[in-house]
Ligand binder design. Structure first.
Ligand code: XUL
Ligand code: CO
Length: 442
């Protein structure tokens, strides 16, 4: 392959310079080569760049068109532009030192006039991505199909009232999964897109949920047919674009998967901004997934709680990330998942350098949170507190309750004859919050 010209000529490979540096284009906490417990930080954190935001985001919003103009977008042949864009992207992945990227089919390759043409274009552009993966060592964390932008999906894809659209979506997902497999994708994501509804006046909710489950069963079957071993992930979101999305949050996602016998095949891709839109904290969603053994991957971002929509911002809230990281590490990590920056530049952040500042902040915040969470878990103060709080279930009648050896009658007898009134114990929330603060600001 001919040597690609530099698309970010003013920015070097971002060095790690430590917390004391004044260099805005250096990492303070993310040291990808640092070995911790026998694995590099790059390996622990498995950072990924979201192609749709970093390389297709132009800063458009409902009040105006894009503000971000990249030089590689200038060509007239869309397939040629797609390839040069990929080269710019891989240069960025390397300079920002992210080992992974993620994409929707339509992010990397333009849609053709027919499905056959779209498939051909995608195959061709994916071939270029494959070559770039090989020369750079950057890998695909996950792929997915965009089943929400094209007007044909205005009433949903798998939940569309028209079986024709369901069939089209199935065909598109098939191709996206096969391309993901060819590129060595470690996971495949199903985000609901327009799988939800605006009004029940025109919607058969039960039938739509059954169709969504059927679609996922077909995906599971196809993965088996082609030997795709990547992990399937559901990405819950409560609203936006539709008023009510079927994959509302992790808890409703678990119920849905179990109802339709899909739970063995899926884990969750949890997005911070989606958690808060559902009225949950990021950590809550992680804990709910972990409790079910279904924690898969993270879409790393943040919403603006004063705005209340999916603002997809880079997250530098170390407190929130440390709490999340505690839950992730306690659950044994993300396995084949990673931290994918599903986050975009603000509309006026138009310089190529802004893309670096944004990701440096996001990566540093996660790296710092990772280190803090490890220290907190190693010292075990919170764990000890929680364990002691539930200690009455470790022995005697508490253990009998947990093991199913007590019933209402035996417990009634126990209270009447022996236990009497329970002694209230403080939950010590403020003490614990101060303890956390001491870790965050040493
Ligand atoms: C939308 C969103 C998506 C998914 C992939 O809110 O998060 O970009 O991550 O389809
Ligand atoms: Co996302």
């Amino acid at each position: 392959m001919k040597k690609a010209r530099a698309h970010f000529p003013t920015v070097p490979v971002i060095p790690y310079e430590g917390p004391g540096t004044d260099n805005p284009l250096a990492f303070r906490h993310y040291n990808p080569d640092e070995v911790i417990d026998g694995r590099t930080m790059a390996d622990h954190l498995r950072f990924s760049i979201a192609y749709w935001h970093a390389f297709r985001g132009v800063g458009a919003d409902p009040f105006g068109p894009g503000t971000i103009v990249r030089p590689w977008e200038a060509g007239r042949d869309p397939v040629g532009v797609a390839k040069v864009r990929l080269e710019a992207a891989f240069e960025f992945f390397q300079k920002i030192r992210a080992p992974f990227y993620c994409f929707h089919d339509r992010d990397i390759a333009p849609e053709g006039k027919t499905l056959a043409e779209s498939n051909r274009i995608l195959d061709q552009v994916a071939g270029h991505a494959h070559a770039l993966q090989k020369t750079t060592g950057v890998k695909l964390l996950w792929g997915t199909a965009n089943l929400f932008s094209n007007p044909r999906y205005m009433c949903g894809a798998a939940t569309n009232p028209d079986a024709h659209v369901f069939a089209y979506a199935a065909a598109q997902a098939k191709q996206a999964m096969e391309v993901t497999q060819r590129l060595g994708g470690e996971n495949y994501v199903f985000w609901g897109g327009r799988e939800g509804y605006e009004t029940l006046l025109n919607t058969d909710l039960k039938r739509e949920q059954e169709h969504l489950a059927r679609f996922l069963h077909l995906a599971v079957a196809h993965a088996k047919t082609i030997g795709f071993k990547g992990q399937f992930l559901i990405e819950p979101k409560p609203k936006e674009p539709t008023k009510h999305q079927y994959d509302f949050d992790v808890a409703s996602g678990i119920a849905f998967l179990r109802t339709f016998g899909l739970e063995k095949h899926f884990k969750f891709n949890i997005e911070t901004n989606h958690a808060t839109l559902a009225g949950h904290t990021f950590q809550h969603e992680i804990e709910v997934a972990a409790a079910a053994g279904m924690l898969g991957s993270i879409d790393a971002n943040a919403g603006d709680l004063l705005l209340g929509w999916d603002t997809d911002q880079f997250n530098t809230d170390v407190r929130e990330l440390t709490l999340a990281m505690i839950s992730i590490l306690r659950a044994g990590g993300l396995g084949s998942g990673g931290f994918n920056f599903d986050a975009k530049l603000r509309r006026p952040s138009i310089d190529p350098e802004d893309l670096f500042h944004a990701h440096i902040g996001g990566m540093d915040a996660y790296a710092l949170a990772f280190k803090l969470a490890r220290r907190i878990l190693a010292e075990g103060k919170f764990e000890t507190f929680v364990r002691e709080r539930y200690a009455s279930f470790d022995t005697g009648f508490g253990r009998d309750i947990e093991r199913g050896k007590a019933d209402f009658r035996s417990l009634e007898k126990l209270v009447l004859t022996k236990l009497g009134e329970p002694q209230p114990r403080s939950g010590r929330q403020e003490y614990l919050e101060n303890l956390l603060l001491a870790y965050l600001h040493r």
